[in-house]
Design a binder for this molecule. Structure first.
Ligand SMILES: [Zn+2]
Length: 326
C-alpha cells in the first residue's frame, strides 16, 4: 500500500521500501531528516505523506540541531511502520521519541507498548520544539555515521551519554552540533573515558561526577592547581583542529569540558571512594584532621601533583565540609 501527502504529491510505501537504521542516541529530527533523504524528499514532505500534521513549525533555523521533532503516539506508530522497525526498538534508539507528555504506557522492557496497526482515520501530529543551548544534540562521529549509513551521509545528530562523548576508534569528540573535533593528540582522553565508563557502575558516581566537574571547572577558570597541564592540552587541541576555530567564544572556554575531562574523572573516582570521618561539633580545625591530610595527599597522587594545598575558599573544601556534615 502506498500513501501520499495531500499537498506535496510525494508518495512513500506505508511499510517502507527502504530500511534506514537509527544511530544509537540519535535525535528524532536527525533520524527523520535521514529517512526523508533516503526517499529523496524532505522531512516536511515525508510527514505530509504519512498523514502527520505538523502543529508547530520549525522556526529556530539551523536544521536538525536547533529544534527537536516531537511525535504523538499515532505519528510514532506510522513512523515505525515506515521504518520497518518495532516501535519499542525505535524508541530505544531515539531517546527523545517517547519523551512526550502524551506518550502511551511503557512496556515492561521500557519501550512504547507496540500496537500492530495504525488507524488511517486517526489524527497523527508532529510539533517542532526549539532546543535550549544545553539540550542541543551534538554531531555524531562522521566516520562512524558514514559507515552506519553505508556511505549515504557523514552527518547526524545524537544525544550521547556523558561517558560516550568520545569515539575511541576515530578520536572524534562530540562537543557541539557542527564540529568534528579530533582528539588524536590527547590519548589521555580515551583512558579517562574508559575509567568514566567503569565509574558509572559505582553507586556514588552521579554526585561524585557532579562535584568533580564543578571543582575542576572552578580550578580551570581560576587557573589554579593544574593550569600548566591544561594550557598545554588546550594548545595541543587547538593546533590539531585548525578547522574548528570557535566563532563566538575563546578556545579556552569552548574546550573547557574536554581539556579538564581526565582530571574530572580522576577526581570523581577519588571522591566516590573516599570516606571521611564525620565532623565533630567541637574539634580541631578541618585542615588539621589526619584523615583530610591523607585524603589531600592521596588526591594529589592520583592527579599526578606533587602536593595539593587548596586555599580556604577552594571548592574542594566545600566538598570536604559537605561530606563530613551530611
Ligand atoms: Zn567513530
Amino acid at each position: 500500500m502506498f500513501v501520499s501527502g495531500p499537498s506535496s504529491g510525494f508518495h512513500v510505501p506505508a511499510a517502507g521500501a527502504l530500511r534506514v537504521r537509527p544511530i544509537p542516541h540519535e535525535a528524532t529530527a536527525s533520524y527523520l531528516n535521514r529517512l526523508a533523504h533516503a526517499y529523496q524528499s524532505t522531512t516536511a514532505d515525508l510527514l505530509d505523506a504519512l498523514g502527520i500534521t505538523t502543529t508547530r513549525a520549525h522556526t529556530a533555523g539551523g536544521g536538525t540541531a536547533t529544534a527537536e521533532l516531537h511525535l504523538d503516539a499515532e505519528a510514532r506508530q506510522r513512523l515505525a511502520t515506515l521504518a520497518r522497525t518495532r516501535p519499542g526498538d525505535l524508541s530505544r534508539a531515539l531517546p527523545n521519541l517517547a519523551r512526550d507528555p502524551a506518550a502511551p504506557p511503557r512496556s515492561p522492557e521500557g519501550g512504547i507498548m507496540p500496537h500492530e496497526t495504525s488507524d488511517p482515520g486517526a489524527v497523527a501530529t508532529a510539533a517542532w520544539q526549539p532546543r535550549e543551548s544545553g539540550e542541543q544534540p551534538v554531531r555524531a562521529c562522521p566516520a562512524c555515521t558514514l559507515r552506519h549509513t553505508r556511505g549515504a551521509t557523514d552527518r547526524a545528530h545524537v544525544h550521547p551519554p556523558p561517558h560516550q562523548a568520545l569515539c575511541p576508534r576515530h578520536h572524534h569528540w562530540s562537543l557541539d552540533d557542527d564540529t568534528s573535533l579530533t582528539t588524536a593528540a590527547l590519548p589521555e582522553l580515551h583512558q579517562a573515558q574508559r575509567h568514566h565508563q567503569r565509574l558509572t557502575r559505582h553507586p556514588g558516581a552521579a554526585p561524585a561526577l557532579s562535584w568533580a566537574g564543578a571543582i575542576t571547572t572552578r580550578w580551570y577558570d581560576q587557573q589554579t592547581h593544574l593550569a600548566t597541564r591544561w594550557q598545554r592540552r588546550l594548545h595541543h587541541l587547538a593546533d590539531t583542529n585548525p578547522h574548528a576555530t570557535p566563532a563566538t567564544m575563546s578556545w579556552a572556554l569552548y574546550a573547557r569540558e574536554l581539556v579538564t575531562y581526565p582530571e574530572t574523572i580522576t577526581l570523581a573516582r577519588t571522591l566516590a571512594t573516599t570516606h571521611l570521618p564525620k565532623q565533630p561539633r567541637q574539634g580541631p580545625a578541618p585542615q588539621a584532621h589526619p584523615a583530610i591530610t591523607a585524603f589531600l595527599r592521596h588526591t594529589a597522587h592520583q592527579l599526578h601533583l606533587e602536593r595539593l594545598a587548596p586555599p580556604p575558599g577552594d571548592l574542594l573544601w566545600t566538598w570536604i565540609h559537605h561530606t563530613r556534615t551530611s
